[in-house]
Design a protein. Structure first.
Length: 294
């Protein structure tokens, strides 16, 4: 009987631990406060920017950054002892980069203007460049973390796969954001201080889903971006769920069973990310999932 065939509900090292990374956990707490404040501002000061409540953008980013910070802190805690110093450096780099991003986004809304793709003035261009650089730094740090964690010891194959697949798919989802930064043909023909767009085949200020703002008349690259980067949470949470159910479902006590489930889920997740990206690039709205068939 191989190791994968032996009943086991968990590795000797707990999958769920309380992240101890101070800068990232402080960032997460700060973003939680920012989310509450911007949610309140969205109600009392619903400033309209590109046809939508301007405070929704920093609210969404604050929630996303908070979740990412907690996830990254948890991942860094899983690094071997000899890599912990690199993990602490990575935490500070990511914390500073994401603080810069949220400050620019909040500041832009407070000024009644846009933060993303705004090159209408030297100041706006500089801020957009700084924000873009910050996000690129976060992506590179996450890539480096993926490389460090790839060979990290973990006796449970399903856990290893969930973390590895989550990082790879998450990096791919984050990278989709870079597709948004090129100016569209319409912008090049009639430049108005905007270079880049979320939507494909439709205007960014056109009809969209409530709160999320994802275009309902064209493709929207924010959809695969959102779905892909949250593989970082979804796949490890899947393993957590499988291990929690192992006491009630005998088949889940076998590492091989959990591994196969995670493998199928990871493959399916990757396929969905590719399809959503192709759908967005084809200009098909997320509300029309069968648009490829027409």
């Amino acid at each position: 009987m191989t190791v994968l065939d032996r009943p086991s509900t968990a590795d000797t090292r707990p999958l769920v631990t309380r992240p101890a990374n101070r800068p990232l956990m402080t960032l997460a707490a700060l973003m939680a406060v920012t989310a509450v404040v911007t949610a309140a501002l969205a109600l009392v000061d619903p400033v309209q920017i590109t046809g939508r409540n301007g405070w929704f953008k920093p609210l969404k980013f604050a929630i996303s950054i908070s979740v990412y910070a907690v996830t990254l802190a948890w991942l860094l805690d899983r690094l071997p002892a000899r890599r912990q110093r690199l993990g602490r450096i990575a935490a500070w780099v990511v914390t500073v980069a994401l603080l810069i991003e949220i400050v620019i986004i909040v500041g832009a809304v407070a000024a009644g203007t846009t933060s993303h793709f705004n090159v209408s003035s030297p100041l706006a261009t500089t801020l957009w460049s700084v924000m873009g650089t910050s996000i690129a730094v976060v992506w590179v740090v996450t890539l480096a973390l993926a490389a460090l964690l790839w060979r990290a010891a973990d006796a449970d194959a399903a856990r290893r796969l969930a973390i590895r697949a989550g990082l790879v798919i998450g990096l791919a989802g984050m990278a989709v954001a870079f597709l948004m930064t090129s100016p569209t043909a319409e912008q090049l023909d009639d430049f108005a201080g905007v270079a880049g767009a979320h939507a494909v085949g439709a205007a960014d200020d056109g009809p969209g889903l409530p709160f999320l703002g994802w275009s309902t008349t064209g493709g929207d690259l924010r959809v695969p971006h959102f779905v892909g980067m949250h593989a970082l949470q979804a796949l490890p949470l899947l393993v957590l769920g499988l291990e929690a159910l192992a006491g009630r479902v005998p088949a889940l006590r076998y590492p091989r069973t959990r591994f196969r489930i995670v493998a199928v889920a990871s493959t399916g997740y990757a396929v969905v990310l590719v399809l959503l990206t192709l759908q967005a690039l084809a200009g098909i709205p997320v509300t029309d999932p069968l648009g490829f068939l027409r």
